[in-house]
Every structure is written in structure tokens, then in C-alpha cells.
Write a protein that binds this ligand. Structure first.
Ligand code: IMP
Ligand code: MG
Length: 174
């Protein structure tokens, strides 16, 4: 069985949108203590570009989360595989996600972080698939709303592959 990747969002379109998000976040967090919390693994590419588009002396921390098996359906169980390296008390936390799909991951992380007394917690996601929402979550900074297709690239995987594609595409089986 062979797979073909059809481009949904080009490298150029992503770069332009990331720049805009960076400017928006820079303006909003000018007098705050911004900590980007990067949700691994899928967000590592987006976060690397976004962080460099934000003109502030921010902090970055990483959180390992697993909610998927090998397939394309969420297990519904969100598992923390690696916790933050520092407390977030009094920090203005911006969770950086690759995609909000069912919303379960973000809902879980919002609940978890609120117990740690940050000054604020908001969400920045490159992609949102509203068609699949199971819980309602607010995405404060959003790159693109996409239709209900399983996408790969720019950090997103299908069975751990395709994270290194510089664009976002849909897997088609030939
Ligand atoms: P949620 O908890 O259902 O919102 O899903 C969040 C996580 O599922 C994301 O951070 C991704 O890692 C993964 N995910 C959801 N949709 C896709 C997709 O279309 N492609 C690749 N990974 C996805
Ligand atoms: Mg994933």
C-alpha cells in the first residue's frame, strides 16, 4: 500500500500566518510574564517558528502528552508523559498546540494548569477541526480552521511519520 500526501496548507501560507500570530501575541503580552508551554511532540515545529515571531523575552517549557495510539482516533485518555520543568505560578501561560481536534487534550491541560496558580492560561493552536469537537474549548490564538481530514506535516504525524514535512497535507492511500 502506498501513500500520497496532498498539500492543504503550503509552507508559505503557514509562515505568513505564524508571523501574524507572533505579532498579535507580542502586542497582547507586552507587559506580562509570558511562558510558552509547548505540547510535545506535535507542536515542536510550530512552536520553534512561533517563538521566533514573538518579540518578547519569553520563557519556553515543554510538556509531553499522549492521547493517540497508532491510528487516527483519539483514545479519549490524555496521558502526561513528561511534566513541565518549572512551576508556572504567576506566569502568563500560553499553551502552544499543533491542532485542537476533539478538544480533550486542551480541556485536560487547562484543568491541570489552573491547579498550579498561573496568572493566566490561554491557548494558541495552529489548527482547529471544529467538526470533531467533543468538549468546547476556547482557542485564543488560532492559525487556521480546517475541515475534518487527518493531516500530517509541520510537526503532525501519522503513526510517528511525516512530522518533518515543511507543509501540512492530507494522507491519501493509493
Ligand atoms: P484532541 O485531544 O482530540 O483535541 O487532539 C489533540 C491531539 O491529537 C493533537 O495534539 C494531535 O497530536 C492529535 N491529532 C488530532 N488530529 C490530528 C490530525 O489530523 N493529524 C495528526 N494528529 C492529530
Ligand atoms: Mg500526535
Amino acid at each position: 500500500m502506498s501513500e500520497r500526501i496532498v498539500t492543504m496548507l503550503s509552507q508559505e501560507a503557514i509562515a505568513a500566518r505564524v508571523k501574524e500570530l507572533g505579532a498579535e501575541i507580542t502586542a497582547a503580552y507586552r507587559d506580562k510574564n509570558l511562558t510558552l508551554v509547548v505540547v510535545l511532540k506535535g507542536s515542536f515545529v510550530f512552536a520553534a517558528d512561533l517563538a521566533r515571531a514573538i518579540d518578547l523575552p519569553l520563557r519556553i517549557d515543554f510538556l509531553g502528552v499522549r492521547s493517540y495510539g497508532e491510528g487516527t482516533e483519539t483514545s479519549g485518555v490524555v496521558q502526561i508523559t513528561q511534566d513541565l520543568s518549572k512551576p508556572i505560578a504567576n506566569e502568563d501561560v500560553l499553551i502552544v498546540e499543533d491542532i485542537v481536534d476533539t478538544g480533550l487534550t486542551i480541556a485536560h491541560l487547562m484543568d491541570l494548569f489552573r491547579t498550579r496558580n498561573p496568572h493566566s492560561v490561554k491557548v494558541c493552536s495552529l489548527l482547529h477541526k471544529p467538526a470533531r469537537a467533543r468538549v468546547s474549548v476556547q482557542v485564543d490564538y488560532l492559525g487556521f480552521t480546517i475541515e475534518d481530514k487527518f493531516v500530517v506535516g509541520y510537526g503532525l504525524d501519522f503513526g510517528e511519520r511525516y512530522r518533518n514535512l515543511p507543509f501540512i497535507g492530507v494522507v491519501e492511500r493509493a
